[in-house]
Ligand binder design. Structure first.
Ligand code: TXA
Ligand code: MG
Length: 326
């Protein structure tokens, strides 16, 4: 059930969360599937609904930095600088976890992912939850495990069904998931690129950002970091613009059931569905998941995507595309 996120719908959702139910929630990045972070039984429902392995930890969303000590045992100086610079906003910090808190959400880690979203509906819901004693809300992206993240309430409903209460807060402005920085290793480590770039992170905390490959890891701790993720049904292929054009020329009238997301409209027939790839990384991020979903829904067998430039502002989009294509 999709509800326009007015005051009464937000109050209803807060009560549902307090009572141990799950709720679909808009954020500025993507929609989340939310449950009370400290209610292990409620959190377990998220894993079931998504089909997500229980050892993949969830991000806890808080109304403000004041709730950080509820979940985190310690905040290094560089992490505090990032909180000051970017919260509320699309940045998740992995911090040492308070022992015994949000155990199911942490998926077996002794750390916890914390994020303070800026979307006004998420903010209002988290404050309403706090007033009911719910100090944080665990919310992974509201898609089935491994699939494309949802950026509208309708996407959430098509992923998770009619029965779920979903707050409709419109289209997500950012369109790709938050940047994740691991702050448990003595230096900032980039686990997942996003709208907030590594350049901005380095400027805000005055420290070089390390790559996760440079840090020894026992197990994959972020599903957003699995090689194959964000996958539509259609096969995604990343290609240079001139290769798209050349292959379409070679196929001629045999190019069918094909989606193309590229900057310049290719010269092709009706069997090729072209969607314009924006020239700004921000706009491309905003469109990315809905374009993949829309082409998928039209039944194309392949989606050819022009590989964006290898520059810092495109890192988040490139990352999602590379894993959609894996
Ligand atoms: O933008 C976002 O972050 C969205 C919205 C809903 O807030 N949420 C989101 O959640 O993308 P999810 O579960 O799809 O991705 C969270 C990522 C996962 O890859 C998870 O493994 C990682 O964060 N993560 C969470 N807690 C962690 C921890 N303690 N250590 C390492 N990675 C963690
Ligand atoms: Mg996800």
């Amino acid at each position: 059930m999709i509800l326009t996120a007015d005051d009464s719908a937000i109050a209803q959702a807060a009560q549902a969360l307090r009572d141990g139910h799950v709720v679909g929630l808009p954020t500025e990045t993507v929609y989340g599937l939310a449950a009370n972070a400290t209610d292990d039984a409620a959190v377990a429902q998220i894993f079931v609904a998504k089909g997500r392995p229980a050892d993949h930890p969830l991000i806890v969303h808080v109304a403000s930095a004041a709730q950080v000590p509820v979940f985190a045992a310690q905040v290094p100086d560089f992490a505090q600088a990032l909180i000051n610079a970017f919260w509320p906003g699309p940045l998740t910090l992995i911090l040492p976890r308070q022992s015994g808190v949000a155990t199911a959400s942490a998926g077996g880690q002794d750390s916890i992912g914390l994020r303070c979203p800026s979307h006004p509906v998420a903010q209002q819901l988290l404050r309403a939850c706090a007033a009911l004693g719910v100090q944080g809300v665990s919310a992974p992206s509201a898609n089935r495990f491994g699939r494309v993240s949802p950026t509208t309430a309708a996407h959430v409903q098509s992923e998770l069904g009619q029965d779920l209460l979903i707050l409709d807060g419109g289209e997500c402005a950012v369109g790709i998931e938050s940047t994740i920085i691991d702050c448990t290793r003595g230096a900032p480590v980039l686990l997942r690129p996003g709208h907030i770039t590594r350049v901005q992170i380095e400027a805000a905390c005055g420290r070089p950002v390390l790559d996760k490959e440079a840090v020894a890891q026992a197990a994959p701790r972020a599903s957003g970091t699995l090689e194959s993720h964000y996958a539509p049904r259609a096969k995604v292929r990343l290609m240079a613009a001139q290769d798209i054009e050349a292959k379409l020329q070679a196929l001629g009238p045999h190019a069918n059931n094909l989606g193309v997301w590229s900057a310049v409209r290719p010269d092709a027939g009706a069997g090729v569905l072209w969607r314009a790839q924006p020239s700004s990384a921000e706009q491309a991020a905003h469109n990315l998941f809905s374009v993949l979903r829309e082409l998928d829904a039209r039944g194309v067998s392949q989606i050819w995507v022009q590989l964006p430039p290898d520059t810092p502002e495109w890192e988040g989009v490139r990352d999602r595309l590379q894993r959609a294509a894996a």
